[in-house]
Write a protein of this length. Sequence first.
Length: 497
Amino acid sequence: MKYLLGYDTGSSSVKACLVEAESGRIVASDFFPKEEMKITAHRPGWAEQEPDEWWNNLTLAHRAVMQKAGAGRDEILAVGVTWQMHGLVLTDRDGRTLRPAIIWCDSRAVPYGEKAFDAIGREKCLSHLLNSPGNFTASKLAWVKEHEPRVFERIDKLMLPGDYIGMKLTGEVVTTVEGLSEGIFWDFKTNALSEDVLDYYGIPRSFIPEIKPVFGAQGCVSAAAAAELGLKEGIPVTYRAGDQPNNALSLYVLEPGEIASTAGTSGVVYGILDKLNYDVQSRVNTFAHVNHSPEQIRLGVLLCINGTGILNSWMRRNVAVEGMSYDEMNRLAAQSPIGAGGLSVIPFGNGAERVLGNRDVNCSLHGINFNIHDRRDVLRAAQEGIVFSYEYGMEIMRDMGIRIDTIRAGHANMFLSPVFTQTLSGLSGATIELYNTDGAAGAARGAGIGAGFYASPGEAFASLEKRSAVEPDTHNRAAYREAYERWKELIVAQHNK
């Protein structure tokens, strides 16, 4: 038996997956830790994790799937890697981390990105970077340069989280155009590193790793990693991509007009464009997709909502009855009517939100009536509030020319809730298709494409299984729209403060 191996390094856990190469069947998957990984916040708006913890949990997940599948060390054909986007990992010449990673939901770098946006020029940033420098990796490094100069002086390489995992696997430090674009280091007009960003922030070119293709040879499993993981030395690492481009690949979303979504800790809607385009306010962001090239433009327009699954988790800990499962919460929420009896939840309680212009407005509950509302309404209003934030961002995506007729997602997380999926479909008018896949499985199949085992992405995803579909509820469309417009008025009021 021959297998493809995928690793997904998230902020909550690290997942490993084995895909049987010939059939494309997922044979084993697991994740660690079983409780969410710690995120350290020394100050409000900060979020850091230790990269070594990612690796430690990867080794646990890896051993679990190898044991579950009964796979031998000689049966792995190739390895693929995906990761939480926009993080910053800094290493010295010996490959040792210099500080904890500043991860995606850390908002300390917002002022640095805003200053760079003005200094470089808004039109130039948008037309060349397709984004404001915002709160992305380059701006995070600018914060380190100012506040931790001794760390900055010792930097040999800057990496995204997946580049760090790749280094641990192969001993080689490399990156991709997709990765550089998510860090706002890539100039789409010149198809090269952004001289404007590097010069403005004073980032040495030597900090940037060697650039490799998303699909293709990126190094081989080293003797050290092979010994630690129980793998054969020399297995090729042939794919890497950030979690949202990879999630789109996992759902076979590669061409213009196709839409992928996730609803884990954060929530994402990700659509494909075939021309250079951007939101003038950078409320949604445009990055290189996994199949992008100068000859064939394929860009991913990413709407990210920070407060998605993390809000649902907060509700479970603080609102639901102690010990209540997510399934039980979903059933309870479904007992409340559409619109939750006039109750609205603003779900933005996990840092600055790009869709709101990098403002941090926090989470809030509106319209509660002590004589009418109960736990059921609060749980439903929370899920509806998440969906309404999706729709708020999708309105921007539609203005950019993206059609949203069908949304593909994995059969997981918030998409397991009928309230969530029915509200999203009923409000947006899109059919929701749910598939039996996840990021680690997508990375494994991506490795098969990169290794040349599959002749095309179509062959790699021929076995992709659609679990179910939710069609728009046209009968209740007006009720969904009324609840959304009430919610939207609260957002507009926040903007006008």
